[in-house]
Design a protein around this ligand. Structure first.
Ligand code: FES
Length: 70
């Protein structure tokens, strides 16, 4: 699983100030990936991303799939 270093500091969830790197770190803590939606739940538990306005939901999903595919 690779992280896009250029994007590491990019804030994906503004409400909770969760960065691309925070999401990548959270994904590294999960030992089994079943699918993006399941991983989203796990990442959300760890980072609390998307628990504010919820507007970042799709952005978080895209970020997770991008990191998982890398
Ligand atoms: S931007 Fe992520 S919950 Fe609002």
């Amino acid at each position: 699983m690779a992280m896009n270093q250029m994007r590491a500091n990019e804030i994906i969830c503004n409400c909770k100030q969760v960065s691309y790197a925070d999401i990548a770190d959270a994904l590294h803590k999960i030992d089994r990936f079943e699918d993006v939606v399941k991983s989203f739940d796990e990442v959300q538990k760890i980072t609390h991303c998307s628990t504010g306005c919820g507007g970042c939901h799709d952005k978080i999903l895209d970020t997770i799939s991008e990191i998982m595919m890398a």
